[in-house]
Design a protein around this ligand. Structure first.
Ligand SMILES: *Cc1c(COP(=O)(O)O)cnc(C)c1O
Length: 384
């Protein structure tokens, strides 16, 4: 079987330095919030063109923490696509708020700014929920239409989160999503474009006060610098709980792994784009291949094509040792936990969910193996 994602090829490239970095943490004993955490946060902020970056336990927590910081909860509406991983919408009920599902653009699978505005107006007209925030998703690795979405957010006074779990490193006109969003979040789940060897996540922000609140929320609402200004305490302020937070620290070992991986990430993004170009050249004449927003650079978390004969294609490829995957067969507005929340016209989402199929995609996919994938797809389509 050709690997769908090849983490071992990446590990071989990183070599003994990666294992040495992990061993260094093990020998140091600084397993929690060791120096690699701050070093990685600095490097991540620089890479992502953000003044601040905070690591946390997962990409899911990276979405929850800003919602907590903004006090979003019961009675509040947060707008998001339904054509995404469950985590994007799951965080709203987790803080007591309601997700409001919005349809996507047919060319990019990302939030439709026109339908977003219509959904906000519908919620305002109904009056039972207060619009508070938008979570845009950089699905399959490409940036959402941030200039248009940020304009809608500004007009309605809403916070904007870029859920870049699949898209960290993507750009639009050379700028990262944080240029338009109040915060950008990512996941370091191993299969994401920038993954670690376990769970992890991060929140990038432009706003120093928000970053400070996130630092506090990540460790049980601990007192942070801005809480202590102009105040004195009889006891060690380390154990002052200023607000209800949680435990969402990332392990030091994961930061050590990520420091190694971040160093080759730009090169891997370029390699992923070469793989995407080869697919487009090899398949563009016979099947619907992905299109990227004008001015956008995708990090290609997935390479997703469309077909009316998904099951047939998947079976034909499997017979030729080519794995495929479907992201996402059931959009969130049709799944049991989310069925009760508002959703407007979801016709594009519903259509895409029945047609999409993703091909092997990673930075180490060799041209020979990729040509095998392309040949298998061409053979199947010509036969039918
Ligand atoms: C993976 C993913 C998440 C959640 O990340 P975890 O680290 O697994 O919690 C959130 N949003 C999207 C779009 C994702 O793909």
């Amino acid at each position: 079987m050709i690997p769908f994602i090849d983490l071992q090829a990446q590990r071989a490239r990183l070599g003994p330095a990666l294992e040495e970095a992990v061993l260094k943490v093990i020998r140091s004993g600084a397993y929690i919030m060791g120096p690699e955490i701050a070093a990685f946060e600095t490097a991540l902020a620089a890479f992502g063109q953000a003044p601040h970056a905070l690591t946390c336990a997962s990409g899911t927590d990276a979405l929850i923490l800003p919602l907590m910081a903004w006090g979003i909860g019961p009675g509040d509406a947060v707008f998001c696509p339904a054509f995404t991983f469950a985590a994007t919408a799951e965080v709203m009920p987790l803080v007591g708020a309601s997700p409001v599902f919005v349809d996507i653009l047919p060319a990019t699978y990302n939030l439709d700014p026109g339908k977003l505005e219509a959904a906000i107006l519908a919620v305002k007209a109904k009056g039972d929920l207060t619009p508070r925030a938008i979570i845009a998703v950089d699905l399959f690795g490409q940036p959402a239409d941030y200039p248009a979405i940020a304009e809608v957010a500004r007009r309605h006074g809403l916070k904007l989160i870029a859920d870049s779990a699949q898209g960290f490193g993507c750009t639009l006109d050379g700028k990262h999503p944080i240029h338009w969003a109040d915060c950008a979040t990512t996941s370091f789940f191993p299969a994401k474009p920038l993954g670690c060897y376990g769970d992890g996540g991060a929140v990038l922000t432009k706003d120093a006060r928000l970053h400070d609140l996130l630092v506090s929320l990540r460790v049980h609402g601990q007192a942070v610098k801005s809480d202590l200004e102009g105040r004195t305490f009889e006891h060690d302020p380390k154990y002052l709980a200023m607000r209800v937070g949680t435990n969402s620290r990332m392990d030091t070992i994961q930061a050590a792994v990520l420091l190694q991986k971040l160093a080759i990430f730009a090169d891997e993004i370029a390699a992923r784009n070469r793989v995407a170009d080869r697919y487009a050249e090899g398949l563009g004449d016979i099947v619907s291949v992905p299109s990227v927003i004008d001015g956008g650079v995708s990090v290609w978390a997935q390479y997703t094509i469309e077909t009316d004969d998904r099951d047939g294609l998947a079976a034909a490829l499997r017979a030729k040792e080519v794995p495929t995957a479907v992201y996402y067969p059931i959009p969130l507005h049709r799944q049991a936990p989310y069925a009760g929340y508002p959703a407007g016209d979801m016709s594009v989402t519903d259509e895409k969910a029945g047609r999409v199929i993703s091909l092997p995609m990673h930075a180490y996919l060799e041209p020979d193996a990729q040509d095998q994938v392309i040949a298998a797809i061409r053979a199947h389509i010509k036969r039918n």
